[in-house]
Ligand binder design. Structure first.
Ligand code: CAO
Length: 479
């Protein structure tokens, strides 16, 4: 009996243990169950890819941007599906509409290529009625984006306090030239930012002046930074329910893109920058990161070399990188197989003082081929090269059209034109790339359908001077 009792007790204890185990197992399964339920996110859509709307569908942007930096940001958000309502001054609108005009009477490409997929409404933001319309827009929208000179938004009466009180969920996103500090009140354009952000001092040849780059890293680069700030703030708002201010200073944006040069500044303390060709040439370094010509930015030496036809074609060049793992293939290709074992050439450190001679020798080979032939030949051996593509070649490149990176759109005043579509591809959110709006093209539509003004109110607004230039009636503006 006693043994039976003991056995019973044992089996009871075991049952308890296993019950505990079961409980443990259950709790271990919990996260998986939660994940299957979506972790608080809706269950996966069953719609076909690209049929479930766009990434930023439902996001409403009050777009107070002008010139380049701000418009690049809001254009990207529009490509992602946001409803971007661009506010423009009655009469002339965004100053770029008339800048660098190539077709008489039509908005410039400067404007059309930066303001695609947006709606345009004209409002005099300093007119009392205009202020009232703006207030309705602030209540309606999720994000206000602006890149006025410092203080201009406040002078319109649109202070952060006012906006936050009017719509606590609104995100206010700004591009400024500089962040808080000695230069915060300055007006800034692209090249000023390239200079103040450290790019110009590190661009160009050592024996020449600082250079600005053709890529608009100050304007478009900062617009891109701002767009990331906006979507992050939108994401945080899901948890907090409140908006916040987002600031992207052009100096900061340029510096972020030039961060490897600040890396090199700190490396200087510990010795020369061996991958810079100046090191191989025996030229001592100064106190700051120098200009490095066409040296490769990474640890792999590279240079721009002439290709067949360079005498007549300013773009018949290729970038050539002498990456260590493919050094043998390079030697064979250029007819220098002996360099593979020659101690002066066989290792990366041995090559450093001879880079000029090495690239001159490679160039003798590249000059026998077009830049595309160089690309084709080198790709077979995984040798990294890049043809110097002209804007003409890019405009005509079929693969860029196929991916929607270069898009042709039709415009009522200028006809067909090319624009750069969304460079960021989302597999479930096809880019929405449409032409830019005419000045005030959507004024009535927005006042009536978005803000709910009645026909009588609309008629009053039209005669108030809030949406038309001071001396012109409403109809003339849309013409
Ligand atoms: N109705 C009435 N007034 C309007 C208006 C509207 N719809 N839209 C703009 N304005 C007014 C502003 O209120 C401002 O007036 P005040 O100065 O009298 O307050 C004025 O128009 C324009 O402001 P601004 O100073 O921004 O314009 P600007 O041409 O003199 O300067 C720029 C341009 C780009 C240098 C400046 O806006 C700036 O530094 N912006 C921040 C940095 C930036 O984005 N730079 C990149 C520009 S792209 O290369």
């Amino acid at each position: 009996m006693a043994t039976k009792k003991k056995t019973k007790a044992k089996s009871k204890a075991a049952a308890k243990k296993s019950a505990k185990k079961v409980v443990k197992l259950k709790s271990a399964k919990k996260p998986a169950t939660k994940a299957a339920a979506g972790n608080g996110v809706p269950r996966p859509s069953t719609k076909a890819w690209g049929q479930a709307g766009r990434a930023l569908d439902g996001v409403k942007i009050l777009d107070f941007t002008h010139v380049q930096s701000g418009p690049t940001c809001t254009q990207l958000l529009a490509f992602m599906g946001a409803d971007v309502i661009k506010i423009e001054r009655p009469g002339g609108g965004d100053i770029t509409r008339g800048q660098l005009r190539d077709v008489k009477g039509a908005d410039s490409l400067y404007f059309t290529m930066l303001n695609g997929s947006k709606r345009s409404i004209t409002i005099d933001s300093k007119h009392p009625k205009g202020k009232e319309i703006l207030e309705r827009l602030i209540k309606y929208c999720d994000v206000l984006v602006e890149n006025f000179a410092p203080g201009a938004l406040d002078r319109m009466g649109l202070t952060w306090d006012y906006i936050h009180k009017t719509n606590p969920r609104m995100i206010v996103a700004s591009v400024k030239g500089f962040g808080p500090g000695p230069y915060e009140d300055c007006k800034v354009y692209e090249n000023v930012a390239q200079c103040a952000g450290g790019s110009a001092s590190t661009t160009g040849f050592r024996d020449g002046p600082p250079l600005v780059t053709g890529a608009q890293i100050g304007d478009s680069g900062t617009g891109l930074h701002l767009a990331l700030g906006i979507v992050s703030a939108l994401y945080q708002r899901i948890r907090t329910g409140r908006g916040q201010r987002v600031l992207a200073a052009m100096q900061d944006g340029v510096l972020n893109l030039a961060r490897v040069k600040l890396r090199d500044q700190q490396r200087l303390k510990h010795g020369p920058l061996t991958e810079y060709s100046q090191h191989g040439e025996g030229i001592p370094f100064g106190k700051a990161t120098p200009r490095a010509g066409n040296d490769s930015g990474g640890g792999q030496p590279g240079w721009i070399l002439k290709c067949k036809g360079w005498e007549n074609d300013p773009d018949a060049y290729t970038y050539f990188i002498t990456q260590a793992p493919v050094w043998g293939a390079i030697c064979d290709l250029i007819g220098k197989p002996e360099w593979k074992t020659d101690p002066d050439y066989a290792t990366p450190p041995a090559r450093l003082p001879r880079l000029r001679h090495i690239f001159d020798t490679i160039e003798q080979w590249t000059m026998t081929k077009t830049k595309f032939e160089v690309m084709e030949t080198c790709n077979k051996y995984d040798i990294p090269v890049g043809p110097i593509l002209s804007m003409k070649e890019i405009a005509e490149e079929p693969s860029l059209r196929a991916t929607g990176t270069v898009v042709e759109v039709d415009h009522p005043k200028r006809g067909k034109y090319l624009t750069v579509g969304n460079p960021i591809k989302l597999s479930d959110s096809p880019a929405d790339v449409r032409r830019s709006p005419l000045l005030g093209e959507h004024t009535e539509e927005i006042l009536r359908d978005v803000l709910g003004y009645s026909a009588k109110e609309l008629a009053d607004i039209k005669t108030s001077g809030a949406i038309t230039p001071p001396d012109k009636p409403a109809k003339a503006e849309a013409a």
